[in-house]
Every structure is written in structure tokens, then in C-alpha cells.
Design a protein around this ligand. Structure first.
Ligand SMILES: Nc1nc2c(c(=O)[nH]1)N[C@H]1C(S)=C(S)[C@@H](COP(=O)(O)O)O[C@H]1N2
Ligand SMILES: [Mo]
Length: 331
């Protein structure tokens, strides 16, 4: 049965033997010093910080720098997960269900040319090339937590801009209530598309007001570089207050609808994965608790777990979106 064979259950992370990204840790410390001691010199501090960011790139892929984000809550003050961990422990089922599979297999993904088709209930449907999208709005750096429903989390420095920038350009009609995000499903380059583990293509969806929230990111890069393939190149969603599976990778279509779309994990196991999928320590997954999590690359197998925070720590920013809703029913 599907549910038994899926590996989207709790998986113990392998203990990390990977050296932390020293440059990034240094940069963290610099930022913390700036935050602690340089109030009132914001612009000068940012210039220093930005200069530092240039030297902190892993140097593996093309540079993609982001400027300072003005979005509240966009810069989590926590230790950044080492690049090597973030790129070797992934969920991207199109490339296999083991955490190491995407890192090994995703080199076959062809990210140029790339287009994203925006359609449905909008005044200005359009086909955007990746180049169009890269120019659509200034790039920002956002340091977000990402927590998987499986019980692990990371803190990553993303590069992108609020997806609201794109949404405003296409002018949703008054009837548009939801936004659907469709991932590439190319059996020629994605070896596990066609496997029975999920319905392909991978689809995620948001309510329009969730998609318009400034924290909802259209991500093009991380660690000051373009996204590595296993992380969802060349463009993905990043919704820091929702479980990781809401952040669809390698997006090729964005569709505006008036009805709540079916989503990949909800279709696979609706009793386990609801439409909203907000990080919520008070609503357990039917097969395991959601009260705590393990930080990848930092916490060893026997290290104490961290408490999971409501909306993954973004409650002040996004709580209002769900005011009056029963989050045990709308999980
Ligand atoms: N297309 C696609 N997007 C996807 C997935 C996937 O299998 N396919 N997995 C999701 C899940 S379950 C998680 S936790 C995050 C993981 O992102 P990361 O590998 O960058 O940490 O991607 C999400 N986006
Ligand atoms: Mo996940």
C-alpha cells in the first residue's frame, strides 16, 4: 500500500561529518555584532555586511546576491545550516526518496531555457522566461527556517523576492481565491517521475492572501548563489511558516483558481497532510508528534531536540491570516 511504502515518515538524520561553512558562520557573527552594536548606522552596517556576503559564497555556482530585505521577520537570528548539509539532505521525490538521492541525481535537471507560465483567473496571463523573472524585482536575502513535516529543520539564507511582486504584475481577478504552483515533471530528466509514490506533477497551492504575504518567497538562490538543482533550481517557493512540502521546487506553472486545488501530499494521504500545513506543534501528525524537531547539521542523533514553534516562529507575522480558523480541522 502506498502509505506503507512511502518514506515520507520520520527518518533519523545521519550524523553530520561535514565541516560547517566557516565563512558563513563568521558572517553570522558579524551580523550579530552589527545588530547588537550598530543601531542607527543601518546603511553603513549593511554595506559592511554586503561586502562580507560577497566573500562568503560557497563558490560552487553563479553568484546571485540579494540586498537587505525590508520584510518583517525575514532575517532569523539563528546559526545558518552548513551549505554541505543543506545540499545533501533533501526531499525532491522526482529524483528519489532517500535524502541523499537529489544531491546525487539532480544534475540531470536542465534549468535553461526555463519558463514559468502564469495562467487562470488573472487579467494578464503571461509566459515568463527565467531572465524575465530574475529582473522582475530586486533580489533580497532572507534567512528563513525551513521545517519538514518529518521533524527536521534547517536555517538557510535564501535569495529571491516576495511572490506578491509577480502576483501584482499579472493582476488577479476578483474571483481568484487560490494559487496553484506546478513543478516540472519531466520523465527524461527526473528519474522518479512516473514512480507511484506521488501523482505527478508535484503540485502545491496557497490561498491568494497567503501567497500575497510578504514572507512568501519566490526563491532563486541561496548562500549568495543560484539554487543548486537539488534545492529546486531555477525557481522555487519558500514559505517559512509552513511545513517544507508546501515549498514546491522547480516551478513551471502558476495558476489562479476560484476553487481549492488538489495538492500532491493531500492527494497521497489526506488524513495526514491537509491543505494548510502550517507548522503547528499542537497538531500532531497521525503517526508522530510535531512538538519538537532536530536541526540538520547541528544536532547529533542523540542531541536534545528543539521545541517546534507555532507557525515555525513566524506567528507575529502570519497569525492574522488564520484568525478565527480551527487549526485542528484546517491542518
Ligand atoms: N517538486 C518538489 N518540491 C518539493 C518536494 C518534492 O519532493 N518535489 N519536497 C518538499 C519537501 S517534503 C520539503 S521538506 C522541501 C525540502 O526542501 P530542501 O530539500 O531544499 O530542504 O521541499 C519540498 N518541495
Ligand atoms: Mo518535507
Amino acid at each position: 500500500m502506498l502509505i506503507q511504502t512511502r518514506t515520507h515518515g520520520f527518518v533519523h538524520p545521519t550524523s553530520s561529518d561535514i565541516t560547517p561553512q566557516a565563512a558563513y558562520q563568521n558572517r553570522r557573527q558579524l551580523m550579530q555584532r552589527i545588530a547588537a552594536g550598530a543601531a542607527g548606522t543601518g546603511m553603513a552596517s549593511w554595506a559592511t555586511r554586503e561586502a562580507f556576503a560577497q566573500t562568503a559564497r560557497p563558490g560552487k555556482l553563479a553568484a546571485l546576491a540579494g540586498g537587505k530585505s525590508a520584510v518583517a521577520g525575514a532575517m532569523t537570528v539563528e546559526k545558518i545550516t552548513p551549505y554541505a548539509d543543506a545540499t545533501s539532505y533533501n526531499n525532491f521525490y522526482e529524483f528519489g526518496t532517500d535524502k541523499a538521492d537529489p544531491g546525487h541525481n539532480a544534475h540531470t535537471l536542465k534549468t535553461t531555457p526555463w519558463t514559468v507560465e502564469v495562467e487562470g483567473l488573472v487579467k494578464k496571463p503571461a509566459k515568463y522566461t527565467l531572465e524575465d523573472l530574475l529582473k522582475l524585482s530586486p533580489m533580497e536575502e532572507r534567512i528563513y527556517r525551513l521545517r519538514c513535516v518529518e521533524g527536521w529543520s534547517m536555517v538557510l539564507p535564501w535569495v529571491g523576492y516576495s511572490m506578491s511582486e509577480l502576483i501584482k504584475k499579472v493582476e488577479p481577478l476578483g474571483s481568484a481565491k487560490y494559487v496553484e504552483f506546478v513543478s516540472l515533471a519531466d520523465p527524461k530528466t527526473m528519474p522518479f517521475v512516473g514512480s507511484r509514490v506521488l501523482d505527478w506533477p508535484y503540485v502545491e497551492a496557497l490561498r491568494l492572501d497567503e501567497a500575497m504575504h510578504p514572507l512568501a518567497l519566490l526563491g532563486f538562490g541561496m548562500y549568495g548563489e543560484v539554487l543548486p538543482n537539488q534545492s529546486g533550481a531555477p525557481v522555487r517557493m519558500v514559505l517559512p511558516w509552513k511545513y517544507g512540502f508546501k515549498s514546491g521546487k522547480s516551478i513551471v506553472k502558476i495558476r489562479f483558481t476560484d476553487k481549492q486545488p488538489g495538492t500532491a501530499w493531500n492527494k497521497a494521504a489526506s488524513q495526514e497532510y491537509g491543505f494548510y500545513s502550517n507548522v503547528n506543534p499542537e497538531v500532531d501528525h497521525p503517526r508522530w508528534s510535531q512538538a519538537s524537531e532536530r536541526r540538520i547539521g547541528e544536532d547529533g542523533l542523540f542531541a536534545k531536540k528543539r521545541k517546534t514553534l507555532m507557525f515555525n516562529g513566524y506567528e507575529a507575522q502570519v497569525g492574522q491570516l488564520y484568525a478565527g480558523m480551527d487549526l485542528k480541522k484546517n491542518f
